[in-house]
Design a protein around this ligand. Structure first.
Ligand code: 5AD
Ligand code: FES
Length: 341
């Protein structure tokens, strides 16, 4: 029988064992679904994502936006374009705007301030997902009203982290995430499953890190090899292992907001539906305007390209209903434990 206590205490030997086999899947999935219902309920929250720039100064070996990739048409949205999109999102009744980009220093501290101030007037929560910036910038943007910050830790194995991120360390990524948390942001971490060289023990470390930082939001997706990167010949992550990790993350951090990610939906047509069945409670419709959208190409086969600009909103709402859940209203901030019992 599955030992839920050992999972929640992040017993690394036990986690490594249950991650390495599909023997426990039925119990893991059922337990995650029960915990999701008990701690965060049946409401699934929509987070509209605007991918506003695909310029990136980083060199992550897995990512299509890496600075070295010349096979990508780069774009930047203007402050006005970004704010106009946020307005449309607010008008559609979605209460969270996620601003995502590559690490793009073109957007200065002041430009981000300008964007945040204008979007805050729309009465929506703002999630920043723009990579590592200075501690001073995190502080200023928080004071201006940014609510949440998403920055996956990518992998909690220091060796693997160093291999995938030339010149960077897991220690440094951790320091940024802890500072973001300390400033009072709802803080999002997360990782990819099936990275080249990643072991079940490494995935156990990922869960331990989520617990250690008490992640408010947890993004987990399969690694998908990108032909325009140095890792083009690697294998990608599989559906079952990724779902197992989503489910285990729900068990380890019961009140976290956990998206059924776009990457999950990109490796299987029902990937996100499975995610919602096995622990996820958030979905992130793509609201990046055309003609930019297809160029935010982290990995091949990304879904929702060439759709009508706003199609993902109706599509994700229908998806939520199709798995017997309801569309969340309100901000859907992380629930505190005293709101539950
Ligand atoms: N496959 C899957 N996910 C990827 N990401 C970047 N490149 C890939 C890829 N090839 C993920 C990273 C990043 C997020 C925005 O997208 O985890 O944090
Ligand atoms: Fe984008 Fe379905 S969520 S088309």
């Amino acid at each position: 029988m599955l030992d839920v206590k050992k999972i929640q205490n992040v017993d690394l030997d036990y986690l490594t064992h249950i991650i390495s086999t599909d023997e426990y899947d039925e119990e893991i999935f059922r337990t995650a679904d029960e915990i999701r219902r008990k701690y965060v309920g049946d409401e699934v929250y929509l987070r509209a994502i605007i991918e506003f720039s695909n310029y990136c100064s980083q060199h992550c070996l897995y990512c299509g936006l890496r600075a070295e990739n010349k096979n990508l048409t780069r774009y930047r949205m203007s402050v006005e374009e970004i704010v106009a999109r946020a307005k449309l999102i607010a008008q559609m009744g979605i209460k969270t705007v996620v601003l995502q980009s590559g690490e793009d220093p073109y957007y200065t501290t002041e430009m981000m301030c300008d964007i945040i101030k204008q979007i805050k007037e729309l009465d929506v929560a703002i999630t920043l997902s723009i990579g590592e910036r200075t501690f001073e910038e995190y502080r200023i943007w928080k004071e201006l009203g940014a609510d949440r910050y998403l920055m996956r830790h990518e992998t909690a194995s220091p060796e693997l982290y160093a291999k995938l991120h030339p010149g960077d360390t897991f220690e440094n990524r951790k320091a940024h995430l802890y500072e973001i948390k300390r400033l009072g942001y709802e803080t999002g971490a997360g990782f990819m499953v099936g990275l080249p060289g990643q072991t079940p023990y490494d995935l156990a470390l990922d869960l331990a890190f989520l617990k250690e930082i008490d992640a408010d939001m947890i993004g987990i997706g399969p690694y998908i090899p990108n032909p325009d990167t140095p890792l083009k010949d690697a294998n990608g992550g599989d559906l079952k292992t990724t779902l197992r990790m989503v489910a285990l993350a729900r068990i380890v951090v019961p009140t976290a907001n956990i998206p059924a990610t776009t990457a999950l939906g990109s490796i299987n047509p029902y990937g996100r539906q499975y995610g919602l069945k096995y622990g996820a409670n958030v979905i992130m419709p793509n609201l990046t305007p055309n003609p930019y959208r297809p160029n935010y190409s982290l990995y091949p086969g990304k879904i929702c390209l060439f759709e009508k600009d706003t199609a993902c909103v109706e599509c994700t709402k229908a998806m939520i209903k199709s798995v017997g859940l309801t569309v969340g209203e309100g901000f859907g901030s992380r629930k505190r434990i005293d709101e539950i019992f």
